[in-house]
Design a protein around this ligand. Sequence first.
Ligand SMILES: O=C(O)CCC(=O)C(=O)O
Ligand SMILES: [Fe+2]
Length: 340
Amino acid sequence: MTHGGSVLDASKTLDPAFHMIPIIDIKDAESPDQAARRRVALEIRDACINVGFFYVKTHGIPQATIDEAYEASKQFFALPLKEKLKIDHTTTHNHRGYNGLRSQNTDPENDGDMHEAFNMGKDHFDANVPDVKTAAAKGSMMGANIWPTESLVPGFRPAVVDYYDASAKLGKVLFPLFALALDLDEHFFDDKTKNSAANMRLMHYPPQTGPVDDRVIGIGAHTDYECFTILWQEPGIQALQVLNSSKEWINAPPIDGTLVVNLGDQFERWTNDIFKSTTHRAINRSGVERYSIPTFLGTDYDVKMEPIPSCVSAESPPKYEVMTSGEFFKAKVDASYAAR
Ligand SMILES: O=C(O)CCC(=O)C(=O)O
Ligand SMILES: [Fe+2]
């Protein structure tokens, strides 16, 4: 990496008023040929600097794993509200479990998101992860999952955990590509992502028809909080929109055989804004139910987000206070529920 860095240079010369979200085939992500891996990383670099969103093709998550999580999700949200409320997120310190319609407000200008969700994270912990109770006392996002009664949703937990594990594994494939995209050692994030700080949400958006209050939409305009998100969207339903620098909303429809990847605020902080954490929202005007599953991949909660040297210079001094990813993430998530 040269001083000043090609990443920084590129960000100065390109205009991110995108109208299309690129599709990137990551079949060579783990190729033994370093040049092939680097080619994928360069495509990712362009997308990260200009768009903050891309679709990944050949992502490796088996269709059966997706189908089972989708079915499990439909089964869960069809439960009576009183059952879902038995695992309400307010019973946990880290917002695991169920959040009902309008219980979250992602855009502070809005009046509650028109989605319900089931929130979870890694379902078992390695011995080196801090004890759940200690972590909770420290206000961490660590902690166990809570699950609906098995007999009400048979097979829910294994189906959800399988998809979680598959998307976390895809995250492990993507981190080295992001590192390469930043001209870092491919293993840069390895020791920063040992404890699976990945969180996942099953989301359900009821259809919104007729006049819709702009302040009550599926999920209000927001950026994600972690390094990046892997998003599965129900096929055939347009709902997700991404804001470009001309303040136009660009549709991000589901595309067969792909998943959406978008960057979050942690990467923006690591890269001093060179990687874009792009604003997005979702509104379901399709007339039918919509389901989606985002998995949010961040670094371990005790990792300090220090700007990557190639991303700062005399002309571009560090913009962000250095804090741990856990402090940052908890503050953001708490705030998204606070006003409700
Ligand atoms: O459901 C979607 O398409 C988007 C969800 C989202 O942006 C989020 O949960 O952060
Ligand atoms: Fe999001």
